[in-house]
Structures are given as structure tokens and as C-alpha cells.
Design a binder for this molecule. Structure first.
Ligand code: DOR
Ligand code: ZN
Length: 347
């Protein structure tokens, strides 16, 4: 029997749209979201308000006619970011947040922060102005095991930053561990956490058991099953501090399928169908809207989107492409490993 659910139009609080041919190929797949926080890790990165405005225009030009998506731009924090520039860009309405990548933590993070003391004045100015900091929470110390890098970051970097900068609004991006969930819960209304679609579905076995599967490799890397279950519990709890940030991160297959392949799962085309299945499996369909459409907006101080979507569970699986084309390249769409019976429509 068909089952139907009407939701406020969802938002994606962590999205990679890239640029050029890739942007043109992927933009339509996020066009049904109301708002998305756009990651600034282009080459070169988006570091000024003017660059953010120009990138926003390129995104709007790449979206199909009638697209809903309102890109929410971010600046890429570097050791030399000027606090006054950040505040001015925010006051001019050019940016919604600032992104912190520890230098070397992930794709195109070479210009990221090398010394957290050097960005202290920026963080203080952001706390004063109420500008959220979106944090890629992994240490880069090669002595720390890659599966421990999130938990160590919380202790060594994130907690000290938050203690030193009262009032700073922080989003722990794409949390992947029970420690991340617990730390997010330890904060007040100034601390939120995004959770991706793929981290609710896969654990590290998907990447490594029975052969190496590069399309499941992302950063922070998926952890063991206990952590995935903690994330599922958090996402489906309805708690205001947890909200959707897909981290949909398209890469050409030619860059993923390499001896040293790059990190990222491309989930934009099937995210809502996957999430409906996840929430149904956990008996939490009544809390899906909080996770996808309400909690993030509230954290960012924005009203929920005005429109509605309908998700209908049909007997026939929803169709989505296994790959899309971007210029001369293909990009593989995330395969959740189960059929998707939830179909999305506008109301
Ligand atoms: O898997 C990831 N891909 N994690 C990130 O932090 C960056 C992203 C990308 O830009 O490809
Ligand atoms: Zn990301």
C-alpha cells in the first residue's frame, strides 16, 4: 500500500557544488532543496566576500529554471583571514557562515588553518557578530589514527576553541562518531551538528570488507557500526541540535578510481529517498521533518521554507541514475545498498 508524508521543503546545511562543468552537472540535483550551505573549498578557495558573491552568481546561473535553491555562501578561513573582512561580508549579506578546515584535513584544504591561535581574533569577531563557524573536525597529526581523528579534534581543538570564545556559534560538520554525538549534546543552543545521509547508512566495512570500494570513501571516514548507530539515534531523535548536511561531494570517477583516490560521496540525487527509508526503518518518520527541514533553519535563525514536498512510498523502486555525466567525466551516485521505495514530489 502507498504511504505518504508531507514535509516542509528541506535544506542542506553542507553541500559541495564545485565549479565549471561539474557545477553545471550537479546543481540540478540539489535544486529541490530550499537552502544549502555551500562549501568554499574550490581551487583557489573562496576567501573574500566578492569571491563568494561571484560564486553565488555562477551557482544561480547553473541551476535549472524554477529551481528553489537559495545558496548560502561561506568563506574559507585561513591563517591570514582579516576579521573586519568577514564581518563586512556578513553585514553585506554575502555570507551565512565561515568554514574552518584544519590545513591538510581533506580535499582542497591546503590553505586551511595551521595555527588556531592565529585565527583567534577572527573567531572573537564572529562571536560578537553572531556569525556561525562550520568546523571540519579532524586533527591532521599523522600520529593520530584516522579513525580517532574526530574524537581527538574535539578534545584538542574544538573544546578549547569554544571555551576560549564564549558565544561563538559552532556547527560540528558531518559528525561520524558517538563522541561527536555526545559532545554536540553537551553544548547549549550555540552548538549544532550536521549529519550526512551516507554516514547513517554505511559503516567502515562498506569501504574495506571484501575489496576496496572507493565510492564509499569520504572524510571523515565512516567508522565502526556502534558509531553509525549513535548517528542514527541522534538524527532520528528530533533533537534540535542535529540537522541534515549531506556533504554531497562529487568527484569525477577518474579521480576516485586511483591508487590514491579522493574523498567524497555524491548523495544529492537520492538523499531524500534514502533518508525516508532510514527514518522509516527506525520508526521515526514523524521526526524526519525536524531533521531535514526545521532544526537547521532554527539554528541559523531562519524561518522554515514556505513550500512542501511529498514523499510517497510506492511498490516500485524510485529510479535514480547510477552515474551522471559532467563534461567528459562520469560521477558515480551513492548506492545505499538497498532499493529506494520513497519517491519525492512537490505538493
Ligand atoms: O569526503 C569529503 N569530501 N570530505 C570533505 O571534507 C571534503 C569533501 C570534498 O570536498 O570532496
Ligand atoms: Zn564537505
Amino acid at each position: 500500500m502507498n504511504k505518504s508524508l508531507t514535509l516542509t521543503v528541506p535544506d542542506d546545511w553542507h553541500l559541495h557544488l564545485r565549479d565549471g562543468a561539474m557545477l553545471h552537472a550537479v546543481a540540478a540535483h540539489s535544486a529541490g532543496f530550499g537552502r544549502a550551505i555551500i562549501m568554499p573549498n574550490l581551487v583557489p578557495p573562496v576567501v573574500t566576500g566578492a569571491q563568494a558573491a561571484a560564486y553565488r552568481d555562477r551557482i544561480l546561473a547553473a541551476l535549472p529554471p524554477g529551481a528553489r535553491l537559495q545558496p548560502q555562501m561561506t568563506l574559507y578561513l585561513t591563517d591570514s583571514t582579516d576579521p573586519a573582512d568577514v564581518v563586512a561580508a556578513h553585514q553585506a549579506g554575502l555570507i551565512r557562515a565561515v568554514k574552518l578546515y584544519p590545513a591538510g584535513a581533506t580535499t582542497n584544504s591546503a590553505s586551511g588553518v595551521t595555527d588556531f591561535d592565529r585565527v583567534r581574533p577572527v573567531l572573537e569577531a564572529m562571536a560578537q557578530a553572531g556569525i556561525p563557524l562550520c568546523v571540519h573536525g579532524e586533527v591532521t597529526d599523522p600520529a593520530v589514527d584516522i579513525f580517532d581523528r574526530e574524537a581527538v579534534f574535539i578534545d584538542r581543538v574544538l573544546d578549547p576553541i569554544r571555551r576560549a570564545t564564549p558565544g561563538l556559534r559552532v556547527v560540528m560538520e558531518h559528525i561520524t562518531t558517538a563522541e561527536g554525538v555526545a559532545y554536540a549534546r553537551s553544548g547549549g543552543g550555540d552548538l549544532g551538528a550536521t549529519i550526512t545521509t551516507h554516514h547513517l547508512v554505511i559503516n567502515r566495512n562498506a569501504i574495506l570488507a571484501g575489496g576496496i570500494r572507493p565510492h564509499y570513501y569520504c572524510l571523515p571516514v565512516a567508522k565502526r557500526e556502534t558509531h553509525r548507530l549513535a548517528l542514527r539515534q541522534a538524527a532520528t531523535s528530533g533533537e534540535a541540535r542535529f540537522f541534515l548536511g549531506t556533504d554531497s561531494a562529487p568527484h569525477p570517477d577518474s579521480a576516485k578510481l586511483q591508487p590514491c583516490g579522493c574523498a567524497g560521496c555524491f548523495t544529492a540525487p537520492n538523499t531524500m529517498s534514502i533518508l525516508a527509508q532510514v527514518f522509516e526503518d527506525d520508526g521515526a518518520l514523524d521526526r524526519l521533518e525536524a531533521f531535514t527541514s526545521l532544526n537547521g533553519a532554527a539554528f541559523y535563525g531562519l524561518p522554515p521554507n514556505a513550500g512542501k514536498i511529498r514523499l510517497t512510498r510506492r511498490d516500485t523502486p524510485a529510479e535514480y541514475p547510477a552515474q551522471i555525466t559532467a563534461g567528459d567525466e562520469t560521477v558515480t551516485v551513492f548506492d545505499p545498498g538497498f532499493p529506494l521505495y520513497w519517491h519525492q514530489e512537490d505538493v
